[in-house]
Ligand binder design. Structure first.
Ligand SMILES: NC(=O)c1ccc[n+]([C@@H]2O[C@H](COP(=O)([O-])OP(=O)(O)OC[C@H]3O[C@@H](n4cnc5c(N)ncnc54)[C@H](OP(=O)(O)O)[C@@H]3O)[C@@H](O)[C@H]2O)c1
Length: 260
C-alpha cells in the first residue's frame, strides 16, 4: 500500500533500538527522511546506517529525553537540517524495570521519573514540533503507549504516565485549529513486544519455561508481538491516507486487552 509520505520529515524519539528502530525503518521504507534520537551513540550509529541504506536522508542525535534542553536541541537540529518536522513519533518511554515492592513503598522519585520519561517527554517534543507542522499545514503526531495506559493494570506509575500521553493526544486532536491545519494526534497502544535486551527478552532468558507458560496463559496468540508488527500500524497512522484518524488510541496487542 502506498502511504503517500515520501519525502516527509520524520522524527522518531528513542529510535535506535526496540520498537522505535522498527518505526524508523518502516518510515524510511516509505521514503521519509528519518531522524532518530537516543542516549547511546553506538546503537544510534547502527540504525542510522540502516536507515541510510534505504536511500533516504537520515539524522541521529544523541540526547536524553528526560532533559528539556536536549529535546529542544533535537527538534532544532532536525528543523535546521530539513526546514521542519512533519511526523513525530513519541516512542521514548518505559516503566523503569520490574518493581516488586508494595505500591506504598515505591518512592515518589519513581513516579516522577516515569512521568518525565513518558508523558513530559512526549509533551515537550509535541509542543516543539507543532509550530513546524502549522507552517507546513500538515502533521502527524503518534505516541507509543501501552494497553495498560488504555485500560488500567500493571505498574501504576507507568500506567498513569501512559494514560497521560493518551489524554494529551486525544485533547490535542480536539483542538479545531490544529485539526484544520491538517495535524493529527493519535496513540498506538502496544501489548507485550519482544525485542533483544528488553524486559521480555530478559524474562525469556532467565526463565524460558515460565516465560512460555505466561504467554500461553495470558495472550490469545500465545506469543509476544514484534517491533515490526507495531511499526506497521504506526506507519499507517502517519500516512496521508490516515487523514481522518485523529484522537484514536489503537491497540496493537494480539487481542490481549479487554476494552472495546
Ligand atoms: N516493549 C514492550 O513490550 C512495550 C509494551 C508497551 C509499550 N511499550 C512502549 O513502547 C515504547 C518503546 O518501547 P521499547 O521496549 O522498544 O523501549 P526500549 O527498548 O526501552 O528503548 C527504546 C529506545 O529508547 C531510547 N531511550 C531510552 N531512554 C531514553 C532517554 N532517557 N532519552 C533518549 N532515549 C532513550 C533507547 O536508547 P538509549 O537507551 O541508548 O537511550 C532506545 O533507542 C516505550 O514508550 C514503551 O513504554 C513497550
Amino acid at each position: 500500500m502506498e502511504l503517500g509520505i515520501k519525502g516527509k520529515r520524520a522524527l522518531v524519539t528513542g529510535g535506535s533500538y526496540g520498537i522505535g528502530r522498527a518505526i524508523a525503518l518502516a518510515l524510511a521504507n516509505e521514503g521519509c527522511r528519518v531522524a532518530i534520537c537516543a542516549r547511546g551513540q553506538q546503537r544510534l550509529d547502527v540504525t542510522l546506517a540502516d536507515i541510510h541504506a534505504k536511500g533516504v536522508e537520515s539524522l541521529a542525535i544523541a540526547a536524553d529525553a528526560t532533559q528539556p534542553e536536549d529535546i529542544r536541541r533535537v527538534v532544532d537540529a532536525v528543523a535546521r537540517a530539513w526546514g521542519g518536522v512533519d511526523i513525530l513519533v513519541n516512542n521514548v518511554g518505559g516503566a523503569g524495570g520490574r518493581d516488586t515492592r508494595p505500591v506504598e513503598e515505591v518512592p515518589e522519585a519513581q513516579w516522577l521519573e516515569t512521568y518525565n520519561l513518558n508523558a513530559l517527554a512526549a509533551t515537550r517534543f509535541t509542543t516543539q514540533v507543532i509550530p513546524h507542522m502549522r507552517r507546513a499545514n500538515w502533521g502527524r503526531v503518534v505516541s507509543i503507549v501501552s494497553v495498560q495506559g488504555k485500560e488500567g493494570g500493571g505498574r501504576p506509575w507507568y500506567t498513569m504516565a501512559k494514560s497521560a500521553e493518551i489524554a494529551l493526544m486525544k485533547t490535542l486532536a480536539l483542538n479545531h485549529d490544529l485539526a484544520r491545519a491538517g495535524i493529527t494526534f493519535n496513540s498506538v497502544a502496544s501489548g507485550r513486544v519482544l525485542a533483544e535486551g528488553n524486559d521480555w527478552d530478559q524474562f525469556r532468558r532467565e526463565d524460558p519455561k515460565r516465560f512460555e507458560e505466561t504467554l500461553k496463559q495470558r495472550l490469545p496468540l500465545g506469543r509476544c508481538g514484534t517491533p515490526e508488527e507495531v511499526a506497521a500500524v504506526v506507519a499507517f497512522v502517519c500516512s496521508a491516507s490516515a487523514s481522518y484518524l485523529n484522537g484514536a488510541c489503537i491497540a496493537v496487542d494480539g487481542g490481549e486487552s479487554y476494552s472495546f
